[in-house]
Write a protein that binds this ligand. Structure first.
Ligand code: HEC
Ligand code: HEC
Length: 140
């Protein structure tokens, strides 16, 4: 009978310790973990003029601008409104790479190959925000 009570007490002490620790937790930006997420994103930090360097060869370049207004679905692709061969010049955007016009058998496709259609599958949007933790990855 003694043992279960001791275990119970130890358990209760551990629980109390955990509860105290939970109160002190905060995010890397200094918010309490119970705070709501920031409702308004800080737009100016989202654009990175000139873009990011790629860190390794054949890395899909990071997207240096906000993309929350562009959607990609079966009927339309918001990215191609600026990045397709027909539209890039008018929008002063880089055109999709030549590699995006080949299917898996190496056949050239007329428009962007289906396997390259969902741009954000490979290209990730990045913001010009200060890193929250030091990154020592040297890149290429
Ligand atoms: C309104 C026009 C516009 C739309 C829509 C747009 N982009 Fe861009 N994009 C640009 C411009 C202009 C640049 C050149 C860099 C800059 O000034 O931001 C760029 C740069 C990029 C780059 C960097 C290329 C490099 O070589 O570094 C990538 C990747 C990219 N966009 C991907 C996307 C994806 C994915 C979408 C859709 C989710 C998208 N873009 C929608 C205009 C656009
Ligand atoms: C399967 C992964 C993948 C998908 C999907 C993809 N890309 Fe890329 N993209 C890459 C890689 C890898 C590179 C860099 C190497 C290269 O040139 O192929 C690149 C390069 C680019 C570049 C830079 C071209 C240059 O000359 O610097 C642009 C712009 C771009 N992609 C736009 C897009 C857009 C817009 C879409 C959607 C229609 C898209 N990509 C879909 C992987 C992808």
């Amino acid at each position: 009978m003694k043992r279960p009570i001791a275990t119970l007490l130890a358990g209760a002490a551990l629980l109390a310790a955990n509860l105290c620790a939970a109160e002190e937790l905060s995010s890397l930006r200094g918010h309490a973990v119970t705070d709501d997420s920031d409702a308004v994103i800080n737009r100016p930090t989202l654009a990175v003029p000139g873009g990011f360097d790629v860190a390794w060869e054949e890395q899909p370049p990071m997207i240096p601008h906000p993309i929350d207004k562009y959607s990609i679905d079966l009927r339309q692709n918001g990215c191609l409104k600026c990045h397709s061969p027909a539209t890039y010049e008018a929008n002063r955007a880089p055109v999709v790479a030549e590699s995006h016009f080949f299917d898996r058998d190496g056949q050239r496709t007329e428009s962007v190959a289906p396997r390259r259609y969902f741009c954000t599958q490979c290209h990730a949007a990045q913001a010009g925000a200060m890193p929250l933790v030091e990154n020592i990855f040297p890149g290429r």
